[in-house]
Design a protein around this ligand. Sequence first.
Ligand SMILES: [Zn+2]
Length: 193
Amino acid sequence: MRPLLWTLLLISPLLSRAEDPTLTLVLDFEHKLPVPALQEMQRELQAVISESGTRLNYRLRDEVGAESFDDVIVIKFNGQCKVDHFPIVFDERGPLAFTHAVNGEVLPFSTVYCERVRKSVRSAMRGGEFKEADVLLGRALGRVVAHELYHILGKTHGHGKDGIGQKSLSGRKLISGTLRLDPADLQKLRTED
Ligand SMILES: [Zn+2]
């Protein structure tokens, strides 16, 4: 387990988004994500978050040297993010991800539990979907991370009534159709106005 310190050193307050709505996500994978899953996760995340006027920029944890960023959020992925990897370690139910907070204040630092996400995705997949398992897992991860960004950028512990911001997302909702932020939730994230 890496110390939290490097993370805290990297973080600067999320103050300047109105002038420069580019947000850097530092992705820290315990185990490598298959390329199709990584690409789909980034595509899905961008599709959801761009509606708020924010552009996303990605860095892998291992690529980050002495670089500094104005706005940065660190997303740590625990466990295996791969649908066909057996066995699944966690069997108990629990959150798919969580965002850290101190004294009630939301921090720009989230942890995603890959074992739980892939279990949820695998139980929701049907027939031919297994052929595109990596892409579907990537889409699910994109929606899980977008949910955490909703908490961080909206500075809220609350949940929306519908869409990405709702309290729990089923495996089916994580992989199928189109899922975006509810207009009321999107309003909390807007960078202009
Ligand atoms: Zn939540």
